[in-house]
Design a protein around this ligand. Sequence first.
Ligand SMILES: [Zn+2]
Length: 443
Amino acid sequence: MNKHSSTRLALRGDLIDFTAPPALEDPHSAGVRVRPDHWLLIEDQRIVAVQAEAPGPEWPQEDHRGRWILPGFIDTHVHSAQIDVIGAWGTQLLDWLNTHTFPAEARMADEAHAQALSALFLDSLFSHGTTSAMVFPTVHKHSVDALFAAAQARQMRLITGKVLMDRHAPDFLRDDVAQAERDCTELITRWHGQGRLAYAVTPRFAPTSTDAQLAMAGALMAAHPGLYMQTHVAENRDEVRWVAELFPEARSYLDVYQRFGLLGPGAMLAHGIWLDDEDRALLRSSGAALAFCPSSNLFLGSGLFDWAAAQAAGTAVSMASDVGGGTSLSLLRTLADGYKVQAMAGRHVSAWALLHAATLGAATALGLAHEIGALEPGLMADVVVWDKAITPLEARRQAVAQDVHDAVFAWMTQGDDRHVVETWVAGGLRYRRPSLAEPQLRA
Ligand SMILES: [Zn+2]
């Protein structure tokens, strides 16, 4: 690009990101990098420098002193069509799918609805501080086209693929093996590797695919190296029992996916609550990762994820909203729920471990640490500016914070999408919060 037509921007604020995984429960652990009152220099979509000194007048400046600047969050498991069923009352997983989710997903059969909903969904991710996502659309091919096209228009990192379901779902949401294979192949050709987009082979979960369809999914993975895979595993006890009945030859629920060639680097499995040590060892040896979805797990009463066991086994863990099972697109609120779920097991996860799992940890699990997840020169400028406090109570709490971990942890447990000031994606402003009703408070 011509030097004079380049777009430049310098953001000033308190920078937080990670250089390595912090210990799970130690607030003083290495790995976190806090750079108070620094400048983040962005040019032509990328971060080009991070420095304490103010840049020269050739850099347009935005002064966010007193605010956090973090890498955009990465939501590793979320369902676009389910924004219509957030906060739906009264069911556990299998009933919830039939009662709330499948009817909402059926509406995606309408192409105009799929396009409008995809745009709203991605813009809502931005307004909640999330800049990258691994997304389930629906079984409809055009739901994938709509989502990829909307992401491309926004220059965001997005991983998605057609949901595969050829049994145990209503007629209007079932595909078949041959048609699904044609659709997937066409979508892979059209979208995989285009800019920041990547395709994920997406069997909904083992119960809704026949052996033949899971075999087809595994064959796609083998035929197209570099594809991602996303699905659900061991979320709910009734589901685990059902999978054992449907696949009596498999050692475990996770083993079903292994038998069909679906585990490997780039495989993201949501939940993983009801796993055993052999499963965790298999996750590590295959390079597959888990998406911890605490908001969803609490809301649907699914169970309490054992993060320490996953970490002990060397399994990568990232954070995910799992909307609409989860009740908010805000990963900040999801992190607060994650802390509480671990507290139920007597563990006290640090703000650093939680934030790492929503940024660099997720990027690493997806093989994308060269592109997203940190505030590092060379990476794409996916950056979110956050208010530390927006109410007098929060400002008071920040003012009396004992150290930076105390301040960040309090912010993480109190904060939500109202704390997002600006969201930048590939160096472009994608969201700016409307002015708050009250005069803005800074810590
Ligand atoms: Zn899910």
